[in-house]
Structure formats: structure tokens, C-alpha cells
Ligand binder design. Sequence first.
Ligand SMILES: Nc1ncnc2c1ncn2[C@@H]1O[C@H](COP(=O)(O)OP(=O)(O)OP(=O)(O)O)[C@@H](O)[C@H]1O
Length: 567
Amino acid sequence: DHISDINCLKSISESLEDPYDNLKSWSFSSSSICNFLGVVCWNEFQNDVFSLDLSYLGLNGKFPRGVGNCTRLTALDLSNNNLSGHLPSDIEEILQFVTFLDLSSNNFSGEIPPGIADCVYLNGLRLENNQLTGQIPWQLGRLTRIKIFSVAHNLLSGPVPDFVNLNVTSDCYKNNTGLCGEPLKPCKELQVWKIFPETESPFRYAFGVGFEFSVLSVLVFLFSYSAGLVYFGRKGSKEREYVAYSKLTNVKHLQQASNKIPVLESLVTRMNFEELSVAANNFSKNNIIGMGKMGAVYKATVSNGNWFLAIKRIPNSQNFDHEFFSEVMALGRLKHPNIVRLLGFSSKDKEKLLVYKYEPNGSLYERLHSMKGETQTMEWPVRVKIAVGLARGLAWLHHNHYLPTAHLNVSSKCILLNPKFEPKLSNFTGAIFFNANNTKVAKSKTCELGHMKKDVYSFGVVLLELITGKKPSETNDSRNPERTSDVCYDLDEVVDKSLIWKEFDGEIIQLLRIACDCVQPLPDERPTMVQVYKTLRAMGEKYGLSDDSQTSTLLIFEMDPWRLQVK
Ligand SMILES: Nc1ncnc2c1ncn2[C@@H]1O[C@H](COP(=O)(O)OP(=O)(O)OP(=O)(O)O)[C@@H](O)[C@H]1O
């Protein structure tokens, strides 16, 4: 006998309000439950519930969780009652083998739990005529057996799932608050994400046909910007003439510009606030993946394309006008495989959103120093890959022709890792920018170099972190740069114990030497990022990490001999 099936029905009848006493007929004193109203068993000699039909009984109450005790249940029909409350978030555990689920014409509210997509045997899912809100989980599109699907007459919004094996008609979606996507009207801004696959050149995809228009508007912006710069430069001191955007000199200018949303729009796509909010589960706490100074970072799911975004939400953006503008300014113009991809921004009242490509391996800091106390091992070739990629990104950042930039906040916390553990530099909120043509005035050159040498120092600290596996606070005192080089004299002590493989010893020592050069207390004694990158590139050759074809890094260096001469 299946005791759990008897308990299943008992708990259902106890948990539901039954104003018409329909379930009173369930008499648990009898030996069989198979002749109960609405119950069909696998066979009449075993109390093993096959399906349960409790439709049109006027039942009140919440979703009856006890149904999970009917472990071999294949169909559940609770339609046309007055059931209310949220659907259980662990619904896939409760209805593991169900092929047909009908919850239509009730008062269920809240969001459709994404876990329903793990009820992999579902052939039919009917949720119409409820009060369901939020987005339809895109994961439902993965249900390969589904033949019947309806969510009409709810309060749902956002993109509809892209079903792999089913053509859903628009009737199945009708009367909701804001659903979009095939077979309904396209999803405006979000539509661009659909055609944005996991590739290395998303800019092209993301902008699609709008690309040429974007280029045009960037040119228009650059033209007006240079005109403004000349004007601005004339007003300021000699140094200002050569430093285009610097924290110290033009905060006011930045703030004025940041109020001009069209300026930002010419750099990156403006996205729809409400749709982003839906994609991030209405900025639910469960979606938070990180915390920054300006606000939390949320993971957002975009349906149709099966991919993810990281959304930085800045609730009081008026306090971070400069930071916001710096970030859009830098990432809107600096496209490089080792720099994080900014896809767009959004603005509503005082709130602003920055939308990035989601990098699933989080930050280097989290990877190296797990919060949960478990030792994170990262193989040596992966560490070399991160070092080479970061050096390449920084060398390009400092010396590119579009917008030479000093990051000024480089640390393992702002190095994100993609699925292949390629590093992506993020967080340009404190960056300063330079005029690309400042080849004449020594004073300005010195100022620019000073800032860049700060990045070289921080790069050295990240290298030490990669080699030792220790947090920077354990190997050096960042407020006291003189102390850092101590570790450079005590190699055996410092190297990460998980890296003690003889075959890599030579490389470890080589990398340590570079790191120790970078953390020299006197900026003049530190190499430039170009020099660092050249050395690392030679080392990376062994691992096939020296392909510059995508970045035209070398081309830029060759075109600009002055930058190569600098020590
Ligand atoms: N694109 C992304 N993909 C995946 N995770 C991200 C992404 N952007 C940020 N994160 C996560 O969110 C965390 C916080 O990011 P954020 O840039 O806001 O913080 P931060 O670097 O500490 O900057 P700050 O404190 O200056 O604002 C990161 O450490 C990372 O774990």
C-alpha cells in the first residue's frame, strides 16, 4: 500500500477550504482511495494515485503542497476554483513527474516559478485566468514535450519564451499587461539582445542595423566634443589644454554633460527601464550578485536568447554623476576584448542603470579568495592567461588613439572573468582621460605618465596576488608602497602552495620579477604597461596567448613611437 498517497490526499483535504463539502466524500476509513472523487489510480488494487482532478469544486486556500506526497502523480487539475497565493518556488520538487498541470481560472498571484521548467515531462501547462505577475520564465522554452501552453488573462509582462518545439498562438498570451516577442509585437529595445550571442564581437550584433547610425552619431558627437574641447582648453591653464577629461579639472563640465542624455545615447544604447527591471526580477534580492559603492549589481535573465546581463542599479544617481559619466564615457568608446562590455544604460527619475554583459566567473578576487573558506585552485596556465590579458588590456587602455585612459582603480575586484577565464577590466568610475594628441608639452606628458604608473603599480599587486594566492592586504600594505617589495626577497615563502610544480618554476620566478618591477616605490623605476605586455606576451606564446589580430595592439604601438620610447 502507498501510505504516502493516502497522506497526500489527507493533507490536501485538510489544507483546502471546501465550502461545498465535496471532499467530505473522501472517507479515509475505507480501504481504498481509488474510488475517491477526482482520484484515478495506476491500478485499483494499489493506492497509488495516477491523476487528480479537483476542478470546479469551489475550493479556497493556497496551492496544496501535500500533493507532493502523491509521488507517482502524472496529472493535476485544480482549475476553476478560488485558490490564491503564490505558486511554490520548489514546484519542480512537488510535481516531479507531472505531464499535465492545469491551474487555470483561480486567483494565483506572484511570479511563475522558473522551476516549472524542470518538470521535464510536462505536455500541458495551463495558467490562464489568474493574477500572475512578472515575466514568464524563459526557461519554459526548454520544455521539449510541451503541446499545450496558456497564460492568457494574467498580469504578465516582458518577453515571452522561445519554445523549441511549440508554436504558441497569440491567443495563449492575450490579455496580459505587457508581453512581447514572437508571436506578439517585438520587444522594442530588448529586441536587440535576442540577436546578441555569446561571441567576442557583440558590438556588431548588438547594434545590428542601427550600427551605421551609431557610428554616425559618435562621429557627430566627437566633432562637437572636439569643438567644445578647444573652447574649454582655451579657457583653462596650459595643462588643461592637453588633459581632456580629468577628475581635477572638469567635474563641472562632466556634470553638465551627464545631464544631457543624448550625449550618452550617442555612445551606448539607451534601454527601457521597465523591461530591464522585469529581466532582473524587479530587482529582487535573490538576483543580487555583487555590491559596489554606487549600488548593487543584479543578474538579469533575458528570454529568447538564453543569456544574462549584469545590471548595476544606482538609486541616487545624482550623487554619482561624475562616476556614471566616466563609466559611460570610457566603456562607450573603449571596445577591447579585455575590457568589460557595456551594453547600455537606462535612466528614470533619479535612478540610473548600467547594463553589462554578464561574466559568469565573477571577479578574480572572488575566484582566488573564496568567501566560503574552501581553497580555490587555479592552474598556472590560467593565471598566466589572466596576467597576459590584463597587461594587454591596460597597455591598450593607456596608449590607444581614441581615448588614452588611466584606470586608477585596478585590483582583482574589478577584473571579471568570462567562461574561458579571459580577464575583463571593469569599473571605470574613477578613470581619467587624456587628449590623444598631447605629444608636445612635456609637463602634460609627465602628468599623464604619473597616472599611468599608478596602474602599473596596481597591476604588479594583482600579479603578486596571482602568484601568492594571498589577498593584497596579506602581502603588502597598499597605503605604504615601500613595504610591498618585501615579498620580492622571499620567493619560497610567498608562492602559492598549489603551484609547486617544477615545470612552471622558471615562469613563476619570471612573473614575480615583473611584479616586483611594477611595485617599485618610485614611479620612474616602474616599467610602462607596453613593456610589461611585451615581456608577458613572449611568455604567453607557449600557451597560444599572443594573438593580437583582434586588438590591433601592435599597430597602435607602431604608429606611436613616442609611447614606445617611454621607460
Ligand atoms: N558584468 C558582470 N558580470 C558578472 N558579475 C559582475 C559584473 N559586474 C559586476 N559584477 C559583480 O558585482 C560585484 C560588484 O561590482 P561593482 O563594479 O559594482 O563593484 P566594485 O568593483 O567593488 O566597485 P565600486 O565599489 O567602485 O562601485 C563584482 O565584484 C562582481 O562580483
